[in-house]
Design a protein around this ligand. Structure first.
Ligand code: GRF
Length: 219
């Protein structure tokens, strides 16, 4: 619990399928995460994730980046929308927009991302193909705090899968996605339980500096 017993409030930002959003909804419904999603925001009006949100009865907002001539203006509008919902945490869940320094700074320590690689390996896009091409034996995903460095903020939790010789990028993406669906709600639950704190680009777990991310216990 945070804020004097109030449930942790979440804003979830999506661009596409929203399967990570669904995993968060399911974790809340299944009492594995004591939180409440106060808004789902998409930069893409056609995102399937918006349908998932509506089905779950959640508030939705669409902020299409194509109407903006500069990233800063988009970010400023997004900041206003976010501030109007005043969430405890902002979760980037397949949100395919790079956020500028100002919005990241505004919400620093309150914004998380899930990235489909074992950071610091493979920041950026196309991670599954790059992992296969690099001959990685293990690949996975990372939940991390968002800082001004793209995919570079302090990691909270990681989960991994073996890379099989026969894997295509799509095969690998599917198995990694299943792990994402476990670790994102689990990482947010640690915050909801008051176990995790962000201080000056570092993470404290149960009051101690987290030197390396918590590893998904299913493996
Ligand atoms: C996930 O792999 C996430 O890590 C990446 O984009 C994908 C989004 O999937 N950033 P979904 O929209 O949650 O289904």
């Amino acid at each position: 619990m945070t804020n004097a017993g109030r449930r942790l409030s979440l804003a979830v930002l999506i661009s596409g399928g929203g399967s990570n959003l669904q995993a968060l909804i399911d974790a809340i419904d299944g009492d594995r995460l004591d939180a409440e999603i106060v808004v789902v925001i998409s930069n893409n009006a056609d995102a399937f994730g918006l349908q998932r949100a509506r089905k779950a009865g959640l508030a939705t907002e669409i902020l299409d980046h194509r109407g903006f001539d500069a990233r800063e203006r988009y970010d400023a509008e997004l900041t206003e929308i976010l501030a109007s919902y005043d969430p405890d945490l902002i979760l980037l869940a397949g949100f395919m927009r790079i956020l500028g320094a100002a919005i990241v700074r505004r919400f620093e320590g309150r914004m998380l991302n899930i990235h489909p690689s074992l950071l610091p390996r493979f920041r950026g896009l196309d991670t599954h193909r790059r992992a296969i091409e690099a001959g990685e034996k293990q690949h996975g995903c990372t939940v991390h705090y968002v800082t001004a460095t793209l995919d570079g903020g302090p990691p909270i939790m990681q989960g991994s899968v073996d890379v099989l010789e026969t894997d295509t990028p799509d095969d690998l993406a599917k198995r990694v996605l299943a792990v994402e669906h476990r670790i994102y709600p689990a990482a947010v639950a640690m915050i909801a339980e008051g176990r995790l704190q962000y201080r000056d680009e570092q993470v404290l777990l149960d009051g101690r500096l987290l030197q390396s991310p918590v590893i998904d216990s299913v493996r």
